[in-house]
Structure formats: structure tokens, C-alpha cells
Design a protein around this ligand. Structure first.
Ligand code: HEC
Length: 210
């Protein structure tokens, strides 16, 4: 379900930006009639898209938690709304352009937010491969708790559907690739985790399969 929500959010953001971009372009190029026509055509779809975008955004926020960058992004988007409304109502190009740039930069921040992931603490005793008691699954579990649990839940059991790792059908090699390079909605961990940590966490994820 979470996966579906993430897609819905992503697609509604793209559509929202697209409509917004066309409107701003029409305003800036003095295509008044076209702007009125376009605004009329997209009125209902735009409303649906905005609701989807906000509702999924709020839900995802509750799931993933708030980071500083995300907070800035939300403030920028909220501030841009009144500027946009006034800008289009008064056909004020400068205001329209400002609000457009604000929304676009917020989108850029969102992408940065997705890619940036801080190094977390994993107990060095568990991570020490030279220790005769080194257990790769335990190491993987510790890495999982530190990096993956917030999205995949304890033991990979989060939510009905999308992110559940216990019912996955992919093989080890695919999982390894997903963790290293990411998949469309999950950023890759190649810059955050070292190869041993990646091996360990995938070994652990393999044990979750029911
Ligand atoms: C920001 C949230 C998030 C974090 C953190 C995260 N994942 Fe994911 N993960 C996802 C999402 C969303 C998907 C589904 C992506 C898709 O298919 O588009 C996914 C997919 C996967 C898959 C593919 C499952 C399959 O069977 O195809 C694996 C394996 C996986 N994650 C492992 C991990 C591991 C291991 C970590 C920690 C190192 C991790 N994830 C951290 C969100 C996250």
C-alpha cells in the first residue's frame, strides 16, 4: 500500500508541476486567452491532483518522519500558494514567476532529501568481521534496524503490500542490486553502506522470507 501511495504522490507532484509550468508559461508569454482556456480545462483535474498530492504527502510524512530539509520544503510550498493565487489573479508576472521558482526549488529539495542519508551507528562489536563470534545475520539485523526499519518496519513486516520484505519474490542477486543501486522509490545505499554491511543486510533480509 505504501508503495502505491509513494507512486501516487510522485505522479501527482509531476502532474501538478506540469500544469503549473504551462500556466506560468502562458502568463509570461501574454497568451491570455489560452491561459483562461487552459485554466478552465484543467480546473477539475487540478483539484483532484492537488488533493491527492496533499493527502498522500501528509500520510507519507507520518510514515517517514520530518527532516529539516523536508520542513523547509513544506514551508516553501505553503508560502508559494498565496503568491501564486495573487500572481495569477492579478496577472502579475513577477509574482507568478516567484511562486513557480519556489515550487520548483522545493521539488529539487525533495530529490536531494531522498538521496541524502546519514551514516548511522552500528555497534562495532557486531560489525567486527575479525571477531570469531562474528555473525553476518546479526550484523545485517543491526544494519537493518539502523537504516531500513523506518520504511520496512520491524522484521520487514511493514504495511499490507508494497514494502513488506517477508513476502518478496525477488532473488538474492536482485535484492543486492536494489540495496546497492536503489529502485525507483528507494535510494541506493552504495554511498552509505560499505560492501560488508550491504552483504550482511541482504543476508538478513533473505532470512525474513517466510
Ligand atoms: C525511504 C524508505 C526506505 C528505506 C530507508 C529503505 N527502503 Fe527498501 N524499499 C523502499 C521502497 C519504497 C521499496 C519499493 C520500491 C519500488 O519497487 O519502487 C523498497 C524496496 C526494497 C527491496 C526490494 C524488494 C523486492 O522484493 O523487490 C529491498 C530488498 C529493500 N527495499 C531492502 C532495503 C534495505 C536492506 C534497506 C536498508 C539498507 C532499505 N530497503 C531501506 C523504501 C525504503
Amino acid at each position: 500500500m505504501l508503495k502505491g501511495l509513494l507512486y501516487t504522490h510522485f505522479v501527482s507532484v509531476i502532474l501538478f508541476l506540469l500544469i503549473y509550468m504551462i500556466k506560468t508559461f502562458l502568463l509570461l508569454t501574454n497568451k491570455k486567452e489560452a491561459l483562461v482556456k487552459f485554466t478552465k480545462i484543467v480546473k477539475v483535474p487540478e483539484m483532484i491532483i492537488s488533493v491527492l498530492f496533499l493527502a498522500t504527502g501528509v500520510y507519507l510524512l507520518m510514515q517517514f518522519g520530518l527532516t529539516n530539509l523536508l520542513l523547509i520544503k513544506i514551508v516553501v510550498v505553503l508560502l508559494s500558494i498565496p503568491i501564486a493565487i495573487v500572481g495569477f489573479k492579478k496577472s502579475n508576472k513577477i509574482l507568478a514567476l516567484i511562486s513557480f521558482l519556489m515550487i520548483f526549488s522545493a521539488f529539487g529539495l525533495g530529490e536531494v532529501n531522498k538521496k541524502k542519508m546519514a551514516k548511522q551507528n552500528v555497534d562495532p562489536a557486531i560489525a567486527d568481521t575479525k571477531n570469531p563470534n562474528y555473525d553476518i545475520t546479526k550484523h545485517g539485523e543491526a544494519v537493518f534496524t539502523a537504516y531500513c526499519q523506518r520504511c520496512h518496519g520491524t522484521g520487514g513486516t511493514n504495511g499490507p503490500g508494497g514494502l513488506v520484505l517477508t513476502v518478496t519474490t525477488t532473488d538474492r542477486a536482485t535484492k543486492l542490486d536494489r540495496v546497492i543501486n536503489g529502485t525507483n522509490l528507494m535510494a541506493g545505499f552504495k554511498d552509505v553502506l560499505n560492501p560488508q554491511e550491504i552483504e550482511a543486510v541482504v543476508t538478513y533480509v533473505e532470512t525474513l522470507k517466510k
